[in-house]
Design a protein around this ligand. Structure first.
Ligand code: GLU
Length: 470
């Protein structure tokens, strides 16, 4: 049997981490089994579905590198198929037209509540043969009235649902449009889905869907309902917890590989291994190993993984991403050193590319002003002769390479009987406006000859003008 999974988002917003993890599990399991993964856009709710959301979902999936074998199929383009299947159920006596008015339904529910029963449709139109003039009927599924549906879920284990508690679901509205649960069933059937992997918020739909699917003559797929993702406060993950949209992580400088690795480990594990390449995930991921407890989204851990992938990726691959981040800060990367050089210098100390861009700003634009506290501490009268001596040595330097720059700084300090920090720290402030930057030779290399000398001049001018000037 070829394993066929599907990811079936409703395009009502961005692709969030919960949906992304479901998509990943569907994709991984299909890849692991040598099967196929289908992308289906469940856009029949015309009021809530938007083209922008479709695009955002496709962008998010593409960025994560989840390529689907089939689709995207849009449910709105399959209306004829749903209508045909409604007719089939009507012909087979497994569905019926219901002419109840809104008022009638309301009165029925009120009476049920008064009797202490759960409100549900009582099936009064099941046996009706005559249309009711002036009422456009809906179509309801004739749910079995006896027995139970046993869902043997791969993740959650067994759940039992008494048929008597299940409603005769409306499958087509009075205007003929199909309803959500029905379109899912028709599609899962016709797309020959073998494994339905989705969030456990859909578990309650499952018995109804199984009944309809079996009424259509389908063989039920295996179900795997994956647990919700919570924030650190134990509540369902939402915007309140920070970034939740996949593309927001991209914009904040996370790498797709890091997020994929992180999401795969949310609910699934293999021993205590934390870092998995995509190949390893495909080789080892099995939906049967997914845990049923809710997972907690841990931003610290994601950042840790991101740093791992930043350290590992080829500098050339990160260069365009750093350029994007610099552009976000309004900085033109062409004005500074080659991006791969900045990546090579900064990758050990940045957890995201956004952070890398922030920390590399000094190499791409002039520091607007000194951090005054830092300048007051480090740009003192004593360092002026040291800086001036270094400047002279640097002017005479052949080339602008890290080893030579390092030697120049060390030798200047040594010659003056000063400690390295007594020169390096003021120099750092002169070059970057702050007291934190990569090792001083790398900082000089990134800023480049002309600009380094100019910035040293500026610091020397401040020193000769006295401490209050800048
Ligand atoms: N369209 C549903 C959602 O976005 C998923 C339905 C399903 O996977 O069966 O929540």
């Amino acid at each position: 049997m070829t394993i066929r999974t599907r990811f079936a988002p409703s395009p009502t917003g961005d692709l969030h981490v919960g949906g992304a993890r479901t998509a990943l599990f569907c994709w991984l399991y299909a890849r692991h089994c040598g099967g196929r993964c289908v992308l289906r856009i469940e856009d029949t709710d015309r009021e809530r579905s938007t083209d922008a959301a479709v695009q955002a979902i496709l962008d998010g999936l593409e960025w994560l590198g989840l390529d689907f074998d089939e689709g995207p199929f849009f449910q709105t383009r399959r209306m004829d198929r749903y209508r045909e299947q409604v007719e089939r159920l009507l012909d087979a006596g497994r569905a019926y037209r219901c002419y109840c008015t809104r008022e009638e339904l309301e009165a029925m529910r009120t009476a049920q509540r008064q009797r202490g029963e759960n409100p549900r449709y009582d099936g009064r139109c099941r046996t009706r043969r005559e249309p009711r003039p002036g009422v456009e009927p809906v179509v309801r599924f004739a749910n079995p009235t006896e027995g139970e549906v046993v869902v043997d879920d791969i993740v959650l284990g067994e759940s039992r649902f008494a048929n008597a508690q299940l409603d005769d679901l409306v499958i087509a509205r009075s205007d003929g449009t199909p309803t959500y649960n029905f379109t899912v069933v028709v599609d899962d059937l016709e797309m020959e889905i073998t494994h339905v992997i989705r969030g456990n918020d859909h578990l309650n739909n499952t018995p109804k869907q199984i009944n309809m699917l079996e009424a259509l003559g389908g063989v039920r797929p295996a179900y795997a309902h994956v647990p919700m993702i919570h924030g650190a406060d134990g509540r369902k993950l939402s915007k309140r917890h920070g970034a939740v949209a996949v593309t927001q992580f991209r914009d904040e400088g996370y790498l797709a590989d890091a997020l994929v690795n992180y999401l795969a480990r949310l609910g699934w594990s293999r021993g205590d291994q934390e870092i998995f390449s995509r190949e390893e995930l495909v080789a080892h991921f099995d939906i049967h190993d997914v845990n049923k407890a809710a997972s907690v989204f841990d931003t610290e851990k994601l950042a840790w993984l991101n740093q791992h992938y930043i350290k590992q990726a080829p500098a050339e691959a990160l260069a365009p991403l750093l350029a994007d981040q610099l552009a976000r800060l309004g900085v033109e990367p062409a004005a500074g050193p080659p991006l791969a050089q900045a990546v090579a210098v900064q990758r050990e100390r940045a957890r995201t590319l956004a952070e890398m861009a922030e920390k590399s700003l000094f190499a791409y634009c002039e520091p607007e002003a000194y951090d005054e506290k830092v300048a007051a501490k480090h740009l003192t009268a004593e360092c002026a002769p040291l800086l001036a001596a270094l400047r002279e040595r640097l002017v005479a330097l052949d080339g602008w390479r890290e080893e030579a720059l390092d030697a120049a700084v060390r030798e200047t300090a040594q010659a003056a009987g000063a400690k390295l920090g007594q020169l390096a720290q003021p120099l750092r402030v002169a070059l970057t406006g702050t007291a934190a930057s990569p090792p001083i030779d790398q900082t000089l290399a990134l800023v480049g000859r002309e600009r380094s000398l100019a910035r040293m001049d500026r610091a020397l001018a401040r020193l000769s003008a006295g401490p209050a000037a800048s």
